[in-house]
Write a protein that binds this ligand. Structure first.
Ligand SMILES: [Zn+2]
Length: 271
């Protein structure tokens, strides 16, 4: 869309241009800081966005009238400045110490920054063997419609996908932080393979341990991987966890990559 041209077309607004207005508005980023000198225009755009919502909810001509009263004050020059200020590309990728978080969802930039910060924090809290599967890690936020489960490890792309509306505010079972570590468990298996002596039945913990992945990885392994990171929160699985941890420490000492070559910096560490 040519935002400037369409914006100029919208100066003379009427109800027939409603769809066009909605499309045009959806390309504008009104979440972040207000660009210099754009406070008045931003307020006008937010007002329009509220009027669009009102129009959807109520059968009234007032929102249409309000929109057209706002756009009629625009000039081609002000539209040009406005579109340049608000159609800037959103920040969609954040990298920190070898971790990349990408936003491929409708999540706003402000929410994405917060989400990415929590992802990085969670990954940096991992130690011992958990940490060994986090090099060059890519986490991608996806819209609900693009991903069937809350999260998954996309083994062919070596990416962890997380549903953008999953909560990352705490590490409770099934929340964003937990599923993130669970998916890192799948990545561990993909890189290093399962440890000798591991079996689904011997290391089953949560109910989810008894389900199957669609890429052939072990859910029991990924669940044990996750609960062993928050050991004290899962006393009901302490027996399994106490057997899992030394087995994993031993495994990550001895193992080399099974299914793909290790990233260069891992190889250089002689792991
Ligand atoms: Zn899984």
């Amino acid at each position: 869309m040519n935002y400037k041209e369409v914006g100029i077309e919208l100066i003379d607004f009427n109800i027939d241009k409603m769809t066009l207005l909605k499309e045009w508005m959806s390309g504008l980023n009104l979440d972040g800081r207000t660009p210099k000198g754009q406070k008045y225009n931003k307020d006008g755009l937010i007002f329009i966005s509220n009027q669009i919502k009102m129009h959807k909810l109520f059968d009234s001509d007032l929102p249409i009238h309000n929109i057209s009263a706002t756009t009629s004050r625009w000039t081609p020059e002000s539209v040009e400045l406005m579109t340049a200020a608000f159609t800037k590309e959103r920040l969609t990728s954040i990298c920190s110490k070898g971790i990349t978080v990408r936003n491929e969802s409708k999540m706003t930039e402000a929410k994405f920054k917060n989400y990415a910060r929590e992802v990085v924090k969670t990954i940096n809290s991992l130690g011992l063997f958990h940490k060994k599967a986090t090099n060059d890690l890519v986490v991608v936020l996806k819209n609900k419609g693009d991903i069937k489960s809350i999260a998954l490890y996309k083994s062919n792309l070596d990416e962890i996908w997380i549903q953008s509306d999953s909560k990352i505010d705490n590490d409770l079972y099934g929340h964003g932080k937990y599923v993130l570590v669970h998916e890192i468990g799948h990545r561990f298996e993909a890189i290093y393979g399962l440890p000798e002596g591991f079996s689904d039945s011997k290391f089953a913990t949560t109910k989810y341990s008894y389900t199957m992945t669609d890429f052939g990885g072990s859910e029991a392994f990924a669940e044990a991987f996750a609960v062993s990171h928050w050991k004290d929160k899962y006393p009901e699985f302490s027996k399994v966890i106490d057997a899992y941890i030394p087995m994993m420490i031993e495994h990550s000492k001895n193992t080399i990559s099974k299914k793909r070559s290790l990233p260069a910096h891992l190889t250089s560490l002689g792991i």
